[in-house]
Structure formats: structure tokens, C-alpha cells
Write a protein that binds this ligand. Sequence first.
Ligand SMILES: [Zn+2]
Length: 273
Amino acid sequence: MRVFIVSDMEGVAGITNWPGVTGGDPLYDEGRKLYTEEINAAARGAFDAGATEVVVMDCHGAGGGWSFNSLIAEQLDRRVEFVVQHEWTEYTGALEDGCDAALFVGMHAMAGTPDGLMNHTVSGTDWRRVTFNGVEVGETGINAALCGTWGCPVVLVTGDQAACREGTALLGDGLETVQVKTALGRFSARHKTPAVARELIEAGARRAVANPGAVQPYDPGHPCEIRVELATSDFTDPIDIALRKRVASLPSMHEAIQLTSHKTRSCSNATTL
Ligand SMILES: [Zn+2]
């Protein structure tokens, strides 16, 4: 049984604000330890429930060489394999090989969620809303569509209350969620201790992987119109028409997501993910 972990940093217990997730900041050093141990907890739960292979893909853009490279290799559970990407959502190899379940660890709510800690969608400064066929989605929805492209259900979401609520609203009541903190605003939160958060995540991952049929793979529909609302028109001029044409002609959701994300971010130099 192959399990894919998609992970982000903003939803990890003990992390409250941008310095904790920004490469090079002194707080980041603590943040990545907390992050790595939550991944280990999810992996333990998955292996306990029968996983034979766990691959984790770090999706956090920490900046510089830390982007998609925030996990501390030395500290990871020796049974997992980990992917360091160059581009967000670049790696799909495990999904292409066939994954039985995906676990989303450390997630944050979509841009504009009033009670979501560090809420944003792909870019905190340049993107406002993303919709798939009219349904607003955050990074959980985008990554769930990625997994769904290869028929893999997302069975666990961890993060604050807003990230958990967003996951259940999109993926249904069969989704296992683990709330490790309560956001009190965009940059304040009441946390579980890391030790308790890890126990909860391990137990949640165990339950989720033991019952992968509880959630259907997410399918936003075919064809799927992806709309990205940008914060200002600065970003649209050079890319608008060309991007629309190229996205419309792409055969897969994965390529469409990647191109939309890459083109708009490279245009504006945004790094928040
Ligand atoms: Zn992130």
C-alpha cells in the first residue's frame, strides 16, 4: 500500500507567523523541526495502518534554497522517502505509479478565510481567489485535484480549525481531520503542544489510512475552468492572453495548475506557498 504525503508548514502546531516559515529567519530553524516531526507522526500512523511505502512531497515555498526543501532529512523517519521539488506541485511520480491514499499535513486555509492562520492561496500577496468550475478552492483543493487526477483520495487534512473545515467542506464527512491549533486571527493562534499534536496526527493518519475508501478522489469536473483572481492588474498584462490559450489547450489538470501557478508567480516574484 503506497501513501503520498503532501505537506505545508503554515498548519503545523507551534508555528504562528511568517518568520516561522521563512528560510533564513531564526524562527524557521525551530519551525522546520516541528514540521519534520509532524510528518514523522503521519508516517508512523500510515505504516501502522499497513502502508508499505510512504513518499512525502514538501510543498512549502520557504524562499531560496529552502523552497520545497524544509524537511530536515537527518530527522525524518528512516522508512519514508522525501521529494525536494524545484517547482510547486512538480512531482507526480508516486501518483503516476498509483497511490492508495494521500495525507495532507500542515495545511492552511484559502485566501480570505477570516479565521484562517496565515491564510493564502499560492501567493499571499498576488493571488486573491482560485475557482475550479466556480467552486472556490485553496491549496487543499488544488492538491486534492492533483491527487484526484490519478485516482488517489485525500483521507487526512491537518492544520488549524479553518483548514480542517475547508477540507471537510470540499471532500466530505469521510475525511479525517486533525486540528492542531485554533487560529485567533491571521497571525495569532492557540496551539496544542507539539507532543500532543503529533499523537493526534499519528492516530488520525492510522484511522485514515485504514479506511481509504471513506473519501472519493476529488474531481473538480471535466472540462474544468480554472480562474485565478489576481490582486492587481500588474500581473495580467504580459501573461493574460498567452496563458489562457496555453492552459485551455493542456491535456491534464496537473499541467494546467502548474502552468497557472508558475506563470503568475514568475511574473510577480511571489513566493508564499
Ligand atoms: Zn506554505
